[in-house]
Design a protein around this ligand. Structure first.
Ligand code: NAP
Length: 327
């Protein structure tokens, strides 16, 4: 049975205005929900129709404190949801489709539209995350989730100890992935579509110094091939000289992230990278009672633990805002 079974759906969305709505079912959203519930702000969590965030695509998570030996990404998310519900949050597997922000009011009441109706809230924590860009190759989805295609070497590099892997991308993330993987893997193939790299030169220099990293510039991954056990076995590299077969057990795709920041009505300010702009502590935004947390507002750290920390801060700030409206 799906771990998301028995989660209440649309018809029971509260009709009355609620103190808090959390949008997002990743580490930032569930942490915000735990803190809001414990401050008696009765959070309604719109966790999305595919809840759990990027950890649902991650095999073992070995860098989240409290789990010596690691924990499966989906299990960690199921535990966070359980803890949020235990604290008193009500979780709906619904997507927020649109948000109408109130600019004024005492307190302002924001409207969040879902497929099962509209919920009105005095505070909103937006924790919609970001999506790693995908190459869009056949088999990429099936080979994710621990079968070879991955998006976070910080999380998964040790799983490839002694194996051969490839990294795609020419930015700082790709260099970080290559550096992290080189400490564990036997061989790292760094594949970039151009000869010029957009990463910081110092990062490229570090990568170039490593004996077990081979750089393929002016090349792209054009096909993924699974072995008999369904995990990644080879890729096709296409460059100026044609196609090459590259046997690797891991492919780390580091071609950027797209923040899910387009939900609102244009009220919230965006950064030049399309992340939500934070104007004060705890993910404060320009809209009263609206706070942001996690990867939708973070183009630098993008870790589950930093997202969880930001969710905590946003919830504390939202609780303080609610308190202020009751004075
Ligand atoms: P990025 O800088 O946007 O780089 C993305 C890379 O992926 C580029 O080299 C791009 O190639 C390539 N790419 C994009 N689409 C592709 C496709 N469909 N197929 C193949 N290659 C593709 O993204 P990022 O590396 O994730 O970095 C994002 C931001 O975070 C940057 O500002 C970065 O400096 C920052 N960051 C900083 C650190 C740090 O300071 N330690 C670490 C990580 C990230 P082209 O170059 O040809 O466009």
């Amino acid at each position: 049975m799906s771990i998301w079974a028995n989660v209440p759906a649309g018809p029971s969305l509260p009709a009355e205005t609620v103190d808090s709505v959390v949008i997002g079912g990743g580490p930032a959203g569930y942490t915000a929900a735990i803190y809001l519930a414990r401050s008696r702000a009765n959070p309604v969590v719109l966790a999305g129709t595919a809840p759990g965030g990027q950890l649902m695509d991650t095999g073992a998570v070995e860098n989240f404190p409290g789990f010596p030996g690691g924990v499966d990404g989906p299990e960690l998310m199921a535990r966070m949801r359980e803890q949020a519900e235990e604290a008193g949050a009500t979780v709906f597997t619904l997507d927020a489709e649109k948000i109408r922000y109130a600019s004024a009011g005492d307190p302002a009441v924001h409207e969040i539209v879902t497929a099962s109706g509209t919920v009105r809230a005095r505070t909103v924590v937006l924790a919609t995350g970001s999506a790693p860009r995908r190459l869009g190759l056949p088999g990429e989805t099936e080979l994710g989730g621990g079968n070879g295609v991955a998006y976070c070497a910080v999380c998964e590099a040790p799983l490839f100890a002694g194996r051969d892997v490839a990294v795609v991308g020419g930015g700082d993330s790709a260099m970080e992935e290559a550096l992290a993987l080189a400490r564990h893997a036997r061989r790292v193939h760094l594949v970039h579509r151009r000869d010029a790299f957009r990463c910081a030169p110092v990062m490229l220099e570090r990568v170039r110094k490593l004996a077990n990293v081979e750089i393929h510039s002016g090349a792209g991954v054009t096909a993924l091939h699974a072995g008999p056990d369904g995990t990644l076995a080879r890729l096709t590299l296409t460059g100026d000289t044609g196609d090459t077969d590259l046997p690797v057990q891991g492919l780390f795709i580091a071609i950027g992230h797209t923040p899910r920041s387009s939900l609102g009505d244009g009220t919230l300010e965006l950064t030049p990278t399309d992340h939500l702009h934070i104007s004060g502590p705890g993910g404060t935004t320009g809209a009263p009672g609206v706070f942001v947390a996690g990867d939708v507002a973070d183009d630098r750290f993008r870790q589950a633990i930093t997202a969880a920390g930001a969710g905590c801060a946003a919830a504390l700030e939202a609780a303080r805002y609610l308190e202020g409206t009751r004075d």
